[in-house]
Design a protein around this ligand. Structure first.
Ligand SMILES: O=C(O)C(=O)C[C@]1(C(=O)O)C=C[C@@H](O)C=C1
Length: 296
């Protein structure tokens, strides 16, 4: 059975996401450590969170994806997110509440209304907060509902969430190899470092628009070099095997100082992508024929 490194420990949302894929799950304390295990060949896959509908992109994942040797996404899955607040049995007063910063941000209003005056403490993950509460370091942890099964804690509150219908998307990563076959409902992800000149981002987006490609995500992260220098993470609908996507990525390559392919894989929503591949194929066939002198 393949091994899947995941952002743990046991009881994280990421573990719930990783359980949807077939493999032996291996927990790591941080996102960079899970991806490093994949790069080193300790596991065949890694499962990490990439974006949340309330708090946006997960910076630790974006930064880990661009470092060191390339890794690519081969699948994604989306989880509904709602939180439980766990305490040690017998707790009567809550003075501190711990969790992953993304989780704390999603229950900020609930904490202010229900536990006014408590101190919020950031931990490496929601489950790490549960473990710390179990050890007596903090009074309460904001966790995934399943965490109550892994730690000797009681539910103080369940279904906690400031914004209804929150969801988090997770990626299944692998070292580069054969790509997943196109399904007609795919997503392609790249990260581009642009030269420092006027209008370059609009040029990138125009290349997509000209080919009728739907942009589903655009994130920027500093290159960590010069102040004001950024990388752009671009998600589009379609698969690199499709002519219009291949054509667009070639254009992005021409506009960029550095480009890294992050994968073409089936979208979790399985909603078919409206494409114009037949027109692109017909145009390429025509150019080919003209070059050979077969037509005018
Ligand atoms: O700490 C966890 O349980 C995670 O899996 C991380 C994470 C995140 O990074 O957004 C995943 C889903 C929730 O939105 C909160 C935390």
């Amino acid at each position: 059975m393949p091994r899947i490194a995941y952002f743990g420990p046991q009881g994280t949302f990421t573990e719930q996401a990783a359980l949807r894929f077939e493999g032996e799950l291996v927990p790591f304390e941080t996102i960079p450590l899970a991806i490093a295990a994949l790069r080193k060949g300790e596991t065949e896959f890694a499962c990490v969170p990439i974006e949340n509908s309330v708090e946006g992109a997960v910076p630790a994942t974006l930064d880990a994806l661009i470092r060191d040797e390339p890794v690519v996404a081969v699948a994604e899955t989306v989880l509904d997110v709602r939180f439980s607040v766990l305490v040690r049995p017998g707790t009567t007063e809550i003075r501190s509440v711990a969790s992953h910063p993304h989780a704390l941000a999603q229950v900020r209003e609930w904490i202010a209304a229900t536990l006014p005056g408590v101190t919020s403490i950031a931990t490496s993950s929601t489950a790490a907060a549960a473990a710390a509460v179990e050890r007596g370091e903090f009074d309460a942890a904001v966790t995934a509902p399943v965490a109550v099964n892994h730690y000797a804690l009681d539910e103080y509150a369940t279904d906690v969430l400031d914004v209804a219908d929150a969801r988090t998307r997770f990626l299944l990563l692998r070292r580069p190899g054969a790509l997943p076959a196109p399904t007609g409902a795919d997503r392609t992800s790249v990260v581009v470092t642009t030269p420092d000149r006027m209008g370059v981002l609009s040029e990138l987006l125009t290349e997509l628009a000209l080919r009728g490609i739907n942009l589903t995500g655009l994130e920027s992260r500093p290159t960590k070099g010069k102040l004001g220098e950024y990388r752009f993470y671009i998600d589009v609908e379609g698969h690199i095997a499709e002519p219009r996507i291949g054509d667009a990525l070639a254009a992005l390559h021409r506009h960029s100082r550095e480009i890294r392919f992050l994968g073409s894989f089936p979208k979790a929503d399985q909603r078919p992508v409206e494409a114009h591949n037949a027109e692109f194929t017909a145009a390429a066939t025509w150019v080919d024929a003209v070059r050979k002198g077969e037509t005018g």
